[in-house]
Design a protein around this ligand. Structure first.
Ligand SMILES: Nc1ncnc2c1ncn2[C@@H]1O[C@H](COP(=O)(O)OP(=O)(O)OP(=O)(O)O)[C@@H](O)[C@H]1O
Ligand SMILES: [Mg+2]
Length: 243
């Protein structure tokens, strides 16, 4: 058996981070976890935010018997919790983080194979991205940045200003070329215990999220197959039952 430097065998761990509150971290976590689930990966979320948004969403789904990624609240030891999930066959774990500099965010990043930074296009949000990038880089974690809640009309100047500011900070490669538009569908989806792509499978939000998901793969922040480079890649995603 081969372990990587973090002590894990195969599980991918993606921390979704931003120092600013309300950027869309929890929404991104749920949406991307559902993308992973639909791609055939056994998927889990650890909710490290005391607000428990993802946890409540999954509890409501369970009571409605909607197929969902496994979601649990963060325990006292994130590493052993993640290892337990790996032992249960989870392929990909998303960690939803709070909008603070709490130690749990550093612990999550330390465990992660990659970080996704979610930011709105406003300059005050973007200023805080710098600190998040610094923390992720200090821990040697590959990361990507996704602009979230952008005006649906991408020609609005704030979008190009935000892209420019991010490019200056992290370079073009690290920025998701698709921005996720602001849409009231996200609020409806949460209220109905869905993700937006489940609620509106032919909608614009669904197409944008599919783009973000494929960009994460192109940037090698996620893989459809096992993270373990010692395991020969399987041509098709593995399918397993729920955790
Ligand atoms: N693309 C979007 N369009 C419109 N509203 C959105 C979008 N994404 C998220 N929201 C809404 O923005 C609010 C904040 O989203 P979310 O809870 O995901 O942010 P967060 O970064 O996790 O917040 P916190 O920092 O408090 O944890 C929610 O009401 C959510 O429904
Ligand atoms: Mg949140």
């Amino acid at each position: 058996m081969t372990y990587d430097t973090r002590g894990f065998m195969t599980m991918q761990i993606i921390s979704v981070v931003a120092r600013k509150g309300g950027t869309g971290k929890s929404t991104a976590c749920r949406a991307l976890a559902v993308e992973a689930l639909q791609a055939g990966l056994k998927t889990a979320i650890i909710d490290t935010d005391p607000q428990g948004t993802c946890l409540r969403w999954s509890q409501r789904r369970a009571s409605m018997e909607i197929h969902a990624p496994h979601v649990e609240a963060a325990g006292p030891n994130l590493t052993s919790q993640a290892k337990t999930l790996e032992g249960r066959g989870v392929d990909i774990l998303f960690i939803d983080t709070p909008p603070t500099a709490l130690p749990v965010v550093s612990s999550a990043l330390l465990l992660s194979t990659a970080a996704l930074i979610v930011t709105r296009p406003s300059m005050d949000d973007l200023e805080s991205v710098q600190e998040t990038v610094r923390v992720a880089s200090a821990q040697g974690r590959p990361f990507g940045v996704c602009l979230w809640q952008t005006p649906p009309d991408k020609r609005v100047r704030i979008v190009s200003l935000a892209v420019q500011a991010l490019t200056d900070l992290v370079g073009t490669e690290a920025i998701c070329p698709t921005t996720v538009s602001s849409s009231v569908s996200y609020q409806y989806a949460y209220a109905e215990s869905f993700t937006v792509q489940e609620r509106e499978p032919h909608g614009r939000a669904r197409a944008e999220l599919a783009d973000v998901w494929s960009w994460l793969q192109r940037r090698k922040l996620v893989a459809l197959t096992s993270y373990d480079t010692n395991v020969k890649a399987s041509p098709r995603p593995r399918k397993r039952a729920s955790v």
